[in-house]
Design a protein around this ligand. Structure first.
Ligand SMILES: O=C(O)c1ccccc1NCC(=O)[C@H](O)[C@H](O)COP(=O)(O)O
Length: 219
């Protein structure tokens, strides 16, 4: 199974093009106003047109209501919804049924007890994204540039495809993959020069490093 590389929080045509040309498998667009990566619907529409099926488009929302998801469907028609809030299992089922798109559920991780939610989500979600649990005073539940203890996933028994995220960069992505055995990686802060400002060279370096570690793991 080929490694999936997701670059999240893209917000300009130039950096989106860099990610696509560098071979990102997924490009993530954030629809969460407190985020420095938040996109308007019109910007999402514009960037979505640029992707032209060269990667999967991921719309990232946090406890969004149906009207918000409807608007995102109209503007972007994402390949995947990434649900990064406190969405219940029932809400995941509801969203899948109403919008007919795969859902990737973000699971915040700080301690082993955070994995107790997996059986419920794994019964409905199409993919799991493990991310570092945000501090209580954080203004957003993700995209904070901090890793979690990847060893917590060492003995994971999950039948569903999963990705690892949280504080990844070109320097640690190989180790994250080695420890977690994840089938995908996701990054935002680690490819930025400032919050919300994606750096083309960092995007390229991350994708190169992820691909290089994939080659090592299949030998
Ligand atoms: O990126 C954001 O600003 C964001 C805001 C609200 C919820 C989730 C958010 N990002 C989720 C992602 O998928 C990030 O790529 C993931 O949390 C990793 O972020 P980072 O640690 O900055 O690489």
């Amino acid at each position: 199974m080929s490694l999936l590389v997701k670059i999240c929080g893209l917000s300009t045509r130039e950096t989106l093009e860099t990610a696509l040309e560098a071979g990102a498998d997924m490009v993530g667009f954030v629809f969460f106003p407190p985020s420095p990566r938040h996109l308007s619907l019109e910007a999402g529409r514009d960037l979505g047109r640029q992707v032209k099926r060269r990667a999967l488009t991921v719309a990232l929302t946090v406890d969004a209501d149906d009207a918000t998801l409807d608007n995102i469907m109209d503007a972007l028609s994402p390949d995947i919804f990434q649900l990064h809030g406190k969405e219940s299992v029932a809400r995941l089922r509801d969203i899948k049924q109403k919008f007919g798109r795969p859902v990737m559920k973000a699971v915040p991780v700080a301690t082993a007890s955070d994995l107790a939610v997996l059986p419920g989500y794994a019964a409905v979600a199409d993919r799991i994204l493990f991310d570092a649990r945000a501090p209580k005073d954080a203004t957003r539940p993700g995209g904070l540039g901090e890793p979690f203890d990847w060893h917590l996933l060492e003995n994971l028994d999950l039948k569903l495809p999963y990705m690892v995220s949280g504080g990844l960069d070109a320097g640690n992505v190989a180790e994250a993959l080695r420890v977690t055995g994840a089938g995908g990686v996701d990054v935002s802060s680690g490819v930025e020069s400032a919050p919300g400002v994606k750096a083309p060279e960092l995007i390229k370096a991350f994708i190169r490093a992820a691909r290089a570690s994939q080659e090592l793991s299949v030998r």
